[in-house]
Design a protein around this ligand. Sequence first.
Ligand code: 3UK
Length: 517
Amino acid sequence: MGTDIQLPERYNMATTFIDEPARRRPDRVAIYYGDQALTYRELQELVNRTGNALRGLGVEVEDRVLLIVLDCPEFVAAFFGAIKIGAIPVPINTLMRASDFEYFLRDSRAKVLVVSEPLLPELEKVDRRALRDLKHVVVIGTPRPGDRCFADLVKEASAELEAADTSRDEMAFWLYSSGSTGLPKGVVHLQHDAIWCAELYFKNILGINERDIVFSVAKLFFAYGLGNCLYATLQEGAACVLLPDRPTPEKVFEVIDRYQPTVFYAVPTMYAALLQVKDAERGYRTGSLRLCVSAGEALPPRLYQEWRDRFGTEILDGIGSTEICHIFISNRPGRVRPGASGLLVEGYEARIVEEDGQPVPRGEVGNLWIKGESIAPFYWNKHQKTKQTMLGEWIVTGDKYYQDEDGSYWYAGRADDMLKVGGIWVSPVEVENTLVGHPAVLECAVVGAEDEEQLVKPKAFVVLRQGQTASPALAEELQAFVKDKIAPYKYPRWIEFVPELPKTATGKIQRFRLRQG
Ligand code: 3UK
């Protein structure tokens, strides 16, 4: 099992994930998408054409290319096409709102935006004239007047492209990650980061090989989905299934039934939803699955057991992060400890420490720090945050953990107020700030509460302005208000009207008292 990778100083990751596989296995299928089956040779050609098309639009080495793209072959082509010419693709959460998109465009200074047609209505709320760095909008689908058509540009571009001469330590791609306060942080990843995840996690732990067909419910714009579909999957000549739609449980089972994947990646909320489908183990063919993976938030043991009983495969819970690029602590096939995140992935180092960096005794809860070769060196435009998080070789995960006698790591909550909802970050502060924008709300506090599946969802405690009356209708109105203003998955699933909020003598809201509540 290799945990050492030697890369030449001049290295472009598109060589590992696109060119080498196309040379070794040109005729194998790389991507299943609807009725299409794209071979490695075809994928390489699409990547090359896209890289040349981006160059034709004036994209140069180190320029950012923002991707607001649904899962589809063009996503993969734009991602690696940009990387291959030395430009920096920046995939964005497609569930975000216009104001978020505007921030990402500004903060990244993207010259070109690639966007899927169904997302244009939200994007059109952005005043593009104010974005001086943005030169072109390329639409996958039918463009609006003045925009460019992805398919046309690609058709006209050459199919030959040499990878740009980049350093293994150069920026390769960014991913945005939300924090409890402040704007999302651009997590900068280098050319050498992804191959470490491919080797240490996907090959050594999951054993991804060319016979695998993988399907990830987590979309490509998440670090989780990106790695699941693209790293070892492409490197090893396996195939991945891409689904552009919102993954409803029925749709997910249909995909499994139709493409017969061997490896399935999802978040706990999705496993819970899939287990709600009656008789799915009889109605759909699921026997192709050899492994299932869960990440994004802790997997409750009950979901693990029920899934194994009904579908006969294990779910490997593992913790990853955008900053570390993928999973660094994981359960092992055949050796799962339900409820635990698992053992350290070989090749990474872990410390559980006090605030001052001193290690805590084994078995006690502390802050989890990780060291490894796939970790982002810094956040774009966020120097203070960078200094607090990236401490030389170590990164502060923001998670509380303890390690048991067997070496397993157990998640024990966050060090900040951030919530994972369906595997995606939600900042309580952002939800609170949105709620107080409603004329009926005087003040409020948002905390995580467990639903019937023991998975965390946002709950709001709301104090109304004088003259306002609490009612189920008003609660619904507030929920709709939040859904309309920020990404819909952030809305409070419960609203409790209270006469006042618990506060400290200095007026700070005591969230911990509401959490107990
Ligand atoms: C939490 C977990 C308990 C934890 C991710 C797989 O989730 C991913 O990245 P994000 O940057 O969030 C990171 C944070 O999410 N978390 C993730 N997995 C687990 N908590 N058990 C888990 N299994 O707080 C962590 O710091 O959105 C997941 C691969 C790549 C990823 N980026």
